[in-house]
Unconditional design. Structure first.
Length: 319
């Protein structure tokens, strides 16, 4: 069993990581944004309505590189999944403060990595992004051997953090980065990434197709745990692509049709032949096996159930 500190633990991806760790017999410690009312560095600190299936200790873990950090004693591994950004935006997440965005997610991340190594933490995994590749040629297959060429500040900050972490890799501090594509998945108390799309379609409003690569949140969490436990010689200082499906809004709504009685016309399928997919051979060679189409279909069916339940709850009495 490991005791794993997860920054950004209450975020969308962070929740999947924490729950996956718990389900596999590990202890998770949730790194959360500091509460101004909490004592600096207090461990643990309270947070309102912890979003996990069972009790998880929490620590104030700031991305501000000038803020005090808590002691990291007793932690075996660190997963850095936190990102300071405008809510709902990753690319463009800097809003009108690009320098603050770079300071928090660049300098702040580097300081967390250094603190983890200084504290004797043995493993560290960083949640990076497909955005480090920038805008590849049409139809390209993105492998980890390609030289990153980010075109957004988000991608640039992720690439800088990857390099900062890899530079700290030692026999006693094994590091890895996971370059995640778009992440989907139904989570309690949070809107599904395709919920607005589904609601528009069910209401008969016009929708357009959009193509993208996706991975389920629990499959991404499985990749993180794999990188924390795999033989150090196979992961040390390396980056790993995490992607599962090339899909589209058309595919999402086709599955929604199967799960409901709605038969509104589907959007015209977009051309997906030009979309660059991610080569996940490196991660799969470690034993990673994402859920594929079966998991995608089950997730959309669960989304349909949620929407149906919500509709019943909001329906006026007597209807």
């Amino acid at each position: 069993m490991m005791r794993v500190l997860v920054s950004g633990a209450t975020g969308f991806v962070g929740r999947f990581i924490v729950e996956h760790l718990l389900a596999h017999g590990h202890e998770a410690v949730a790194g959360v944004r500091p509460d101004a009312s909490a004592a600096a560095g207090a461990l643990p600190i309270p947070i309102s309505r912890p979003p996990f299936s069972r009790h998880v200790d929490t620590v104030a873990l700031p991305l501000d590189p000038a803020a005090p950090l808590p002691a990291l004693d007793g932690i075996d591994a660190f997963v850095h999944a936190a990102l300071e950004h405008v809510p709902g935006r990753y690319r463009g997440g800097e809003g009108d403060d690009p320098e603050g965005f770079r300071r928090a997610n660049g300098d702040g991340s580097r300081r967390l990595f250094e603190a983890a190594r200084a504290a004797g933490i043995r493993r560290c995994v960083f949640l990076s992004s497909r955005a480090v590749y920038g805008r590849p040629p049409d139809g390209a297959l993105l492998s980890e051997d390609l030289e990153p060429a980010p075109e957004s500040l988000y991608g640039s900050v992720k690439w800088d953090a990857e390099r900062a972490l890899a530079a700290l890799d030692t026999e006693n501090f094994v590091t890895a980065s996971v370059r995640a594509t778009g992440v989907y998945g139904l989570a309690p108390d949070r809107p599904h990434k395709w919920e607005s799309l589904a609601r528009d379609y069910l209401a008969g409003r016009p929708v357009e197709d959009r193509v993208g690569t996706e991975v389920h949140g629990d499959d991404l969490a499985a990749a993180v745990l794999l990188l924390l436990t795999a033989d150090a010689s196979l992961v040390a200082g390396r980056a790993f692509n995490a992607s599962d499906l090339l899909t589209s809004h058309h595919d999402v709504l086709a599955e929604l049709q199967q799960a409901t009685t709605c038969r509104h016309p589907l959007p015209a399928p977009a051309d997906r032949s030009h979309f660059a997919q991610m080569d996940t051979t490196r991660l799969r060679s470690l034993g990673w096996a994402p859920g594929g189409t079966a998991r995608f279909r089950a997730d959309i069916a669960a989304l349909a159930d949620r929407l149906a339940a919500t509709s019943k709850e909001t329906r006026p009495s007597g209807q």
